[in-house]
Design a protein around this ligand. Structure first.
Ligand code: IMP
Length: 198
């Protein structure tokens, strides 16, 4: 069975192929099918936004489509920036500037608990929808640490590893990350679905 990933990101494709590889399915990027649509993420939850993306690409391609939506949720910021993580502080900010903005906003604030959340949704042409959520608990660091990764990785401190996401190798991060957890949960759901329907 062929699936399309609602993304242009080669890294996400690689990660998905590694985790879903054992299921014997084919996954292609939407750009490989000539689809350059980028639906507006108008939802207020990760579930809504990943559904918007997966549904749009399923309808445009006629194939089962997989999408994810993720973000950083800081308790002291009422769960923000949450679904607005990519645009926090305005579209012109760089990732390091967004990290600085979180650190400034969190100055003197306790507790510094937060979590990364990722929701993966798969829409099938027959209307079936599979959804899986993964989370990773952490705290907002006091200063950026580490140089790997992207986004908020340098300020996301994982207490049990005593390191930020930006201080972990890709494998170490995948083993505990919100995206790794969501994809592993999704793999289980998809396996059960394929067993019932193939
Ligand atoms: P999206 O799910 O591709 O829309 O990404 C949402 C935003 O959340 C990204 O632009 C990052 O700012 C942030 N984010 C999501 N996952 C991670 C992660 O693993 N590390 C760092 N930042 C992340």
């Amino acid at each position: 069975m062929k699936f399309v990933l609602a993304s242009h990101n080669q890294n996400k494709l690689k990660e998905l192929r590694e985790i879903l590889g054992a299921l014997g399915i084919e996954i292609v990027l939407q750009s490989e099918l000539g689809l350059d649509l980028e639906p507006e993420e108008t939802g207020e939850t990760f579930e809504e936004n990943s559904l918007i993306k997966a549904k749009a690409v399923m309808e445009a391609s006629g194939l089962p489509a997989i999408a994810d939506d993720s973000g950083l949720c800081v308790d002291k910021l009422g769960g923000g920036p949450g679904v607005y993580s990519a645009r926090y502080g305005g579209p012109e900010l760089t990732d390091p500037q967004r990290c600085q903005l979180i650190l400034q906003t969190m100055q003197g604030q306790f507790p510094r608990t937060c979590k990364f959340v990722c929701v993966v949704t798969c829409c099938f042409p027959d209307g079936k929808v599979l959804t899986a959520r993964g989370e990773c608990p952490g705290t907002v660091a006091f200063t950026p640490m580490g140089s790997d990764g992207f986004g908020y990785d340098p300020i996301f401190f994982v207490p049990k590893l005593k390191k930020t996401f930006a201080q972990l190798s890709a494998e170490e991060k995948n083993a505990v990350s919100h995206r790794g957890n969501a994809l592993r949960a999704f793999a289980g759901e998809l396996e059960a679905y394929l067993k019932e329907n193939m």
